[in-house]
Design a protein around this ligand. Sequence first.
Ligand SMILES: [Zn+2]
Length: 239
Amino acid sequence: MERRNIRQIKTSYIPRRRKKTFKRYQVMFLTFLITLISVFAIVQLIHFLKSPIYDNGFIPAPYGTNVSEKVKKAEETEIPEWIDVQLIHKHSTARTGFRLADIDNIVIHYVGNPGSTAQNNRDYFDKSSTEVSSHFVVGLDGEIIQCVPIYEKSAASNERNRDSISIEVCHKDETGKFNEKTYSSLVKLVSWLCNEFSLDESQIIRHYDITGKECPKYYVENEDEWEKFKSDVEEMLDE
Ligand SMILES: [Zn+2]
């Protein structure tokens, strides 16, 4: 009886001790983890406070990430006078202020709202409830409005918002075809961007090429016209 009692005490004691030891490791691990996270947070905070966010109006890339040369260039690029700069205010996902990771593509869209002007679309992006935007809108009279800085993310091209410049294009009817004035302004704008950021014809893509969405409608339905557009840009690049 005595022996049995001792054994019972021992066996009930061992697991408790083990449990205690395990807890100590848990605490040590948690302390280590919290220290690590705190150091990381402090480094990021210092980097953020030191950045020229208040002057330039953009949120810097996190400390430790490589900022693309093209994005650095975009920060210093002067916007030509034929572009009407009307930046939208920072709000929701339309303009987060986050910097682009890179500039790998130019993505063409159509607004999908026949007869609307570039100004209408820009003002829509600026609404606090709107969650979409593009860097540029090309209008029915060939006017070009810039809505988001070219070194910041816009919200038009899904997973490619991070490394592309987006252009929304106005159209007069449901076919989505761009009129002559709109078309030639678009060619001019895309050529300028290609020149500035050393992009070639293959880097001009449609929203369709990213998600399969029928955008820009006319240039998804008419593949030849899309090819023609790219060759018109290329021709202007050669000039
Ligand atoms: Zn689109």
